[in-house]
Write a protein that binds this ligand. Sequence first.
Ligand SMILES: C[S@@+](CC[C@H](N)C(=O)[O-])C[C@H]1O[C@@H](n2cnc3c(N)ncnc32)[C@H](O)[C@@H]1O
Length: 393
Amino acid sequence: MTPSGTEQFIQALQVAFEKGSLHKCTLSKPVKHAGSDLKNVYLRPVQLKKGLHLAFNFRYKTRDEVKNYLLEPALEELRNLLTNNFQNADLLTTERDFSLKISGNGKELFSQQKASQKDVPVMSHNREKQRLIDASSPWLYHLGITNSKGEVLAKSQDKWRQINKYLEIIQNLNAQTPLPKEPIIADMGSGKGYLTFALYDYLFNQLELKPQITGIELRKELVKTCNKAAENSGFDGLHFEALNISDYHPPRLDMLIALHACDVATDMALAGGIHANANMIIAAPCCHKQIRKEMSTQNELAPLLRHGILEERQAELITDGIRALLLESEGYQTKVFEFVSTEHTAKNVMITAVKSGKAVDKRREKSLDQIESIKSGFGIKKHYLETLLSKKK
Ligand SMILES: C[S@@+](CC[C@H](N)C(=O)[O-])C[C@H]1O[C@@H](n2cnc3c(N)ncnc32)[C@H](O)[C@@H]1O
């Protein structure tokens, strides 16, 4: 007996999954009497630590939910959805396209055509670049980076590159200094939340940690939007608070993030991370006004710094260089490097700091001497981070 259309469809998906040729599967046209606000389900292969899974992205009217299944339970879930919830199903593989249509009276039409999608599927071994998050993740859609098909919008390409670069940095840092299973993280000056969501997604879905991430942001409307998007994405451990960074004093942090927080907001965040004894600190500074205003250069660079643009660049260098030295004086090992290419953003310096665990006294003395000498050469009285650190001592 020929299997039913539903069974043929499920079998085609199973074969494609096992061969590594599955691109994606979309369930659409929900049956009216199903009594749920489920609009679509998108399936795709996803490589997790526990092996290759099928990710089901359930798109409801006002929220998305993602569940990952091993093959057997995935096929069971698909059968259940085709029997009770949807009338159309499309399966794209690199070999054939398959389609299933179920009419109101239960008649099933299974068909196949030439493959419309020749790209290597996301999980195959020879794809060009292993992304650390998937463009079809619902939060990217909620935050306006992708369209409803999970395609990155033209206007968001730079942001998308930045997100991926950021996660590569996190991946490397975590390989050297692993985060605990349930890391407590603050992202200060979280703005529209792109990088905060990316971090949560990566830690939760790829590293399978249980992060508690708090985004701190002055602008109430952004906090509201981000909290709603976190709820809609089912990110239980992610929330945002409308606060000034200087008023946020977590008792303990494993990781402190401050990306493009304006001027001295970066210093407030760094001080917060140091005081909360964060093991890892990641900062991408923004503008550097405080030091620029204080500078009155009295060293051999003075004739060069008559030019505004050069003085501005020197101010950046001093601000971030002293930040790194102050972090070292507090027992951190630091790195300063280019975050993303200047072609994509001018704010492209990143400072990472990891607790060294070594005795700090000698290093501390040396860093503080170096800071004093730099400050005197440029006529600077105090770096704002120094002021904040000395207040708590
Ligand atoms: C340029 S955005 C960067 C957003 C995000 N971190 C990113 O890199 O995409 C800087 C954000 O920091 C927020 N901010 C600046 N100073 C702050 C402060 N003192 N407390 C809380 N948020 C602050 C701003 O409102 C803004 O949304």
